[in-house]
Design a protein around this ligand. Structure first.
Ligand code: CP3
Length: 345
């Protein structure tokens, strides 16, 4: 629950209610580009930060003061709960997660253990409780969606073409469905535990679902993301459903569920919103690379998004994907201020 008198723009926008100014936050705002974060990273690797509730809470709060954003996102990684399910992995600098023993058959899928979020992911839940004590903006909890997690588990490392993942889907449906079922159950429980610990909004990251055809998404992915999102419905906490390259999947993603949908820059935001329907909110759309350009260009692309969303209740300003490591913090802060000033009622 959000304390009385605190900034609730994000929550109101998630519910398509009018706001005093459009809420802004940036995916991956907590790590990467802030000098204070980089300093902490000189001493600790990313997993150690995630496992230390004090540090994780501290990193979570950094962008709220540094950028003036309307939400914080808990500092963790989509891979964290997988470790508690028996997956060994490393996060390689500049590359991403590398899994020690990728899933190749029924036996390896079977060996994934059930997740006991409350005991095994105590550190994430504790970081949430700590951050909530001080934060004056809503806190977003998150998990990876089953497809995106399965892609790391099967490929073993980041990929562009998802060949192993799709081949598993087509050739070994039994393994695929078992894996997706286990991931959906585990992420459902993990997100519920985050809500109980105090997060105000949850985001399901299906970063790579855009590599699928609508028919394959429907058959192989939708039921599992739907299970998670449905499971959260009774908590009353708003659910953001995010993916990239999803222009052809929006109707399917809406069917899977969510109160707000995250879109990237490959589709005009008004076209995406019209297709999703105005009964749900929309988030995203600015290409993160735009924040590497000068303020005039960043401002004009931001203005265009605001013109296309027309102040309609339910718009959350964000990037189409994560903030890039080279983003100048002052550019991000300028955009936050620009959006607030341009939309203030
Ligand atoms: O705002 C935040 O950064 C909050 C914390 C957060 C991290 N990962 C920490 C992190 C969040 C929300 C994530 C989500 C995540 N992790 C996703 C979904 C979002 C997306 O960008 O699509 C994915 C696919 C991952 C997997 C992952 N973890 C990748 C691909 C990488 C390496 C590439 C990179 O530099 O981001 C990571 C490592 C990682 N996770 C970092 C951070 C801050 C990298 C920086 C570091 O090592 O300190």
């Amino acid at each position: 629950m959000l304390k009385q008198g605190l900034n609730d723009r994000l929550i109101r926008a998630c519910r398509c209610q009018p706001v005093d100014a459009t809420p802004v936050w940036f995916m991956r705002q907590a790590g990467r580009f802030l000098p204070e974060y980089r300093k902490i990273r000189e001493k600790y690797d990313i997993i150690s930060i995630c496992k230390n509730p004090e540090l994780s809470a501290q990193v979570t709060m950094l962008p709220v003061t540094a950028l003036g954003v309307d939400a914080a996102i808990i500092f963790a990684d989509i891979m964290i709960p997988l470790e508690a399910m028996g997956v060994g992995f490393e996060i390689k600098e500049g590359l991403g997660p590398v899994v020690t023993s990728p899933i190749v058959n029924l036996e390896s899928a079977n060996s994934l253990t059930e997740l006991n979020a409350k005991s095994e992911l105590f550190f994430v839940l504790e970081a949430i409780r700590l951050a909530k004590r001080t934060l004056e903006v809503p806190l977003i909890g998150f998990s990876g969606a089953p497809f995106t997690l399965a892609s790391y588990l099967i490929e073993g490392k980041p990929t562009r073409d998802f060949i192993k993942t799709k081949a598993m889907m087509y050739r070994e449906p039994k393994v695929w469905y078992l894996l997706m079922d286990k991931l959906a159950t585990a992420m459902g429980a993990y997100l519920r535990a985050q809500v109980e610990a105090g997060v105000d909004v949850v985001q399901l990251f299906d970063s790579w679902a855009g590599c699928l055809s609508p028919q394959d998404y429907h058959q192989y992915v939708l039921p599992y993301s739907q299970q998670i999102l449905k499971n959260l419905e009774s908590t009353g906490v708003p659910r953001i459903h995010f993916g990239t390259g999803t222009s052809t999947l929006l109707e399917e993603m809406k069917q899977a569920g969510g109160d707000v949908f995250g879109v990237d820059w490959r589709i005009p935001i008004d076209v995406a919103w019209e297709r999703l329907g105005y009964d749900v909110g929309i988030q995203g759309n600015l290409d993160p690379v735009v924040l590497l350009a000068d303020f005039e260009l960043a401002k004009s692309q931001t203005r265009e998004i605001l013109e296309r969303t027309k102040g309609r209740p339910g718009h959350i300003f964000n990037l189409g994907h994560g903030m890039l490591p080279d983003t100048p913090p002052e550019r991000a802060a300028e955009i936050v201020k620009f959006v607030h000033d341009a939309t203030r009622n």
